[in-house]
Design a protein around this ligand. Structure first.
Ligand code: ZN
Length: 155
């Protein structure tokens, strides 16, 4: 069970990291906004940043998901965190929390890298797929996960 979970974590961490890096690179030249239904909170991606925008009043509230589409922007890349309170005359004010996308990629990469490294260093005599102890097992098939090529048995 734990082996299944670990493998899922490893792969989803890897895929998420790659996705975040692609979004990060793409956000240098383009921006977009997504807003869940019935929400005052929207997520914006621009210039290396994930912005969480929280409006004070809900005049933009809608019944459905809103997706702005991709818009081109002049190339910008910012690296740091920030929070901004944005009062605009005639517009609802909002709080903007900016999280750099590289930081999110690092958060998903760290556990994935750790799990990959752990699996790579697995000792001989253990199943390469699930880590089950195969010393004394002559069948060549792991009884735990069914992996057919466990070998690397110590002689
Ligand atoms: Zn196994």
């Amino acid at each position: 069970m734990w082996n299944r979970t670990r493998s899922t974590l490893k792969w989803s961490g890897t895929v998420l990291t790659v996705l975040l890096l692609v979004v990060w690179i793409g956000s240098i030249w383009s921006m977009c906004t997504v807003r869940p239904p019935q929400s005052r909170v929207s997520l914006e991606v621009y210039g290396g940043i994930l912005g969480i925008k929280i409006e004070e009043r809900d005049i933009y509230r809608r019944d459905h998901w809103h997706w702005s589409g991709l818009h081109r922007q002049p190339a910008t890349l910012r690296w740091g965190f920030s929070t901004v309170y944005w009062p605009l005359s005639g517009m609802p004010s909002y709080q903007l929390i900016e999280i750099p996308l590289w930081f999110l990629a690092l958060l998903t990469a760290a556990p994935a890298v750790w799990l990959w490294d752990r699996d790579r260093r697995r000792k001989p005599g253990l199943c390469r797929k699930c880590g089950y102890d195969l010393r004394g097992n002559a069948s060549g098939v792991c009884p735990e996960c069914g992996n057919a090529s466990p070998s690397r048995l110590p002689t």
